[in-house]
Every structure is written in C-alpha cells, then in structure tokens.
Design a protein around this ligand. Sequence first.
Ligand code: CUA
Length: 336
Amino acid sequence: MRSRPRHCWVRSAGFLLALGASACGDTSPSTLHPEGPDAHRIAGLWWFMFWVSALVVAVVTALILIGVLPGRRRSTTRDKGTPRWAGRLVILGGVVVPVAVLAVLWAFTLSDMSALSQPRRLVAMKVQVVGHQWWWEVRYPRQGIVTANDIHIPVSRPVEVELTTDDVIHSFWVPQLTGKTDLISGRTNRMWIQADRPGVYRGQCAEYCGLQHANMIFYVVADPPDTFRQWLSREGQPAATPTGSAATRGREVFLSSACVGCHTIGGTEAQGKVGPDLTHVGDRISIGAGTLSNTPSNLAIWISDSQSVKPGNLMPPIPLRPDELEAVIAFLEGLK
Ligand code: CUA
C-alpha cells in the first residue's frame, strides 16, 4: 500500500516529462525553440510568465500548508479569535498582489505586442500569402513568382508578409519565427518574419477553418543568400521542358485532362486559378499543404483520389489509366 502513492508520483512525473519532451524535440515547431528575433521576444515573455506563475504557486502552496498545520490552527483561531493581521493579509494577498502581478504581466505583454507590430527597416522583400481552404498561396509580387505552401526567405533578413484570405478566416503561425496573425476577409494584415539560421520551419493554420484545418500546413525555408538567389531565379522561370518520353507524354496527358481547369503551369496552356500553381511543383516539400511528403508514390495517391487522404478538399479524383498516371507523375516531378 505504501508504494502506491510513490508509484503514482513517478508516473505523473513521467507523463509530464513526456509531455514536455514532445514540445522540446528538435523537429518540434515549438515556441520555446525560437529561431528568430520576434520568436525570442515571445519566448522571453513566456518564460517570464512561467516563473512569475511558479512563484505565485509556491507562495500560495506554502501559505496553505502553514494554514492547515494543526498546531498553528488551534493557537490562532480557537483560543484568541481571528487576529487583525489576518484580515489585512486577505486584502493584500487576495487583491493587492494579484492586481500588481497582472498589471506587470499586462504591461510586458503590451510592450511586446507593440514591438512585434512595428514595421521593420531594411526589409529584404515582400511576400503575399493568401489563405484558401486548405492551402496557402504564396506570391512574390516584385519577382512575379507564384507558388504554394513553401515560403522561401533569405536568412537573417526581415521579410514582410501580407496576409489575405480567399474564403474564411485562417491564421498564419510559424511558432519558431513569430506569433500568430489572422487572415481576415476584406482586410490585409501585415507581419514580419525573420530566421536567424538556415533551416525549414514548420507553420500551421492556427484558426479553425473547416474540415481540413489540421492539414493546412506550410513550411518557411530560410536559405543562405546564394541559395535564395538561385531559388528566386529558378522559380521566376516558366516550367521546365520535359526531358524523356514519359515526362513528354505526361505533359500531353496533363494538358488534355481536367487538371488544366484548376491549375496553372507557367509557359503552358494550363492557366487554372482554383488550385495551387504547379509551375515548380517538383521542388516543393509536400503535397496537399503538408498532408503527404512530395514523392512519386504519394503524388499517385493524390492525383488518383486526394479525397482518400484529405477529404473535403476541392480536387476531384482524376481518372487516368495507370500508364497515363505514371507519365503525369514523371512530368510533374520534373518541374523543379
Ligand atoms: Cu486555415 Cu485553419
């Protein structure tokens, strides 16, 4: 019997550790693993709030323990009545201290919110992000580039992000780079992202927006300056000419199928505007806004019946013969 409470403590501690570890893994897009100046500020505020809360919990726990000690209780209340200082302690601990603590946290929060919303100097570039159910359209207006779900930025430079939505409210959140900003119909919201180190930072829609809200993922790819310039110049080109007979046949199949009604491929007759631009789809990290990794077999699943992996998305099943499907995949994977 005596070992049971200890066993329970060990299990609880283990659970908390596991919970903490799940938020602290190297691949986790945790706010507590900041990789940009804004995220550092937010993480600093988080830790400040954490330690203030921990102090409050410690003090309150100590006062409760003192209050329930049998010896003290007898000597203060039963024999002498409630002393005057007890009433003052209630006013101090129940009103004055909480108001003071909340006022300080509020002041720090307002100060950080104000700093995060200040326009940055020496902005590297502007990127427009349009929310769709359930994917992200990404535009580089000055470079005339349109892509989807991957946002390439140069490392160590602030990038202005203009946020609008094509349908419902979404929210743009890259926990390791900055806080959330909503995409609201009829409004253009602005924010800035900056990554201190090259890397891929996972982002997530943070406002419930329908059935596939959870599968509205994106990636911010922070490139070293040279790599970024190469990406920009590659991305600014029309689609690559297919090499090999399979890819060439795939292009024909694509352009004679329903695909062209919804997708654009720069330099071809495919100019649909409903779904993501596919001009450089072979270069992207994922398919279906983070639903599947971008591999030929996943692309086959997605084209044949995307509803089986992301129910409710706008893309209907595309009935192609196996040889046609293989050719289309060769074509699309070649669009780097
Ligand atoms: Cu878009 Cu949730």
